[in-house]
Design a protein around this ligand. Structure first.
Ligand code: COA
Length: 265
């Protein structure tokens, strides 16, 4: 082997080692970054189409407006929640929550009947607590550990309730949460919003297992859960104390393959 060939050989070996080193760094970064990339609004344009072919004109128009003019620049203190991708259903727009929603959000809490069914929210509540809670949700969202939407009608635009997810990305698992202010109960809104978010969870976020739970005496929520196709998994007897009473909690799950199977039928 002459000098020239030897030099080429060394260059080739150096190139291979450099490639392996770069690959190692990339692999390591991927393993240590369990956070799930939240699909941005543009990909949810398609999923709006996939979920339902009948969003009203008002819903479509509102979604377009939200995509053109997202909230995040205007609400820096609520950046995490303001940036969630808007989603549409037949009658509803699910959008990011911003600081203009504080009063309406507090209205969803300012009702003992509603709060009594929310596992971790104490009664009575205050507006300061509600805003603090929203900021904590926003922080969670900015860390991609949660996603929450305001449930709104397209014309009024006011926050009527909240639907959201806590995300456990390393396990491809999420938990669903929802509540509405009492004037909006009984219109099918919770089920409509939940079905839309479930579709987003399995198709866009590629979550494997979605969980939900509720107090065993929460008949309305149980019905929503049932209509969304969740499977009952277990009941924890008297596992939580609310207003001095030990309460049972029912736990449910839905797997991605079951949901997509159901959808493909
Ligand atoms: C639970 C909640 C979100 C339901 O919202 P909603 O928009 O009224 O729900 P939907 O209209 O989509 O569905 C409610 C179902 O419960 C049924 N329902 C209403 N009152 C009921 C009752 N007392 N017993 C049994 N079922 C009842 C409704 O008829 C409907 O079922 P249907 O479509 O088969 O007729 C709402 O009541 C709420 O925010 N409650 C307080 C907070 C809460 O419980 N959050 C859930 C925590 S897990």
């Amino acid at each position: 082997m002459n000098k020239k060939q030897a030099r080429r050989g060394w260059i080739a070996i150096f190139g291979i080692l450099l490639g392996l080193f770069a690959y190692g760094i990339l692999e390591c970064r991927q393993r240590h970054t369990p956070q799930r990339r939240i699909p941005v609004a543009s990909s949810s344009t398609n999923s709006v189409g996939r979920y339902t072919n009948h969003p009203s004109d008002a819903v479509q128009a509102k979604l377009e407006a939200l995509r053109k003019n997202p909230y995040r620049e205007r609400h820096p203190e609520m950046k995490g929640l303001a940036q969630v991708p808007p989603l549409g259903t037949d009658r509803l727009v699910l959008r990011g929550i911003n600081s203009g929603d504080y009063d309406d959000f507090f209205a969803t809490w300012n009702d003992r009947d509603a709060v009594y069914m929310l596992i971790y929210i104490p009664w009575p509540t205050s507006k300061e607590q509600a805003i603090h809670y929203l900021h904590s949700l926003s922080y969670q969202a900015s860390r991609q550990e949660g996603l929450y939407w305001a449930i709104t009608e397209p014309d009024a635009g006011r926050l009527m309730g909240v639907i959201g997810l806590t995300l456990e990305s390393s396990f491809d698992r999420a938990e669903l949460h929802y509540w509405l202010a009492k004037p909006y109960w009984g219109k099918g809104y919770a089920t409509e919003a939940a079905k839309r978010v479930i579709d987003y969870v399995f198709r866009d976020l590629n979550i494997h297992r979605l969980e939900v739970n509720c107090f065993s005496d929460n008949a309305r929520s149980k019905r929503v859960i049932e209509k969304c196709g969740f499977q009952h998994e277990y009941l924890r007897k008297e596992c939580l104390k609310k207003e001095g009473q030990y309460k049972d909690i029912d736990y449910y799950y839905l797997l991605q393959q079951d949901y997509l199977g159901i959808q493909q039928e």
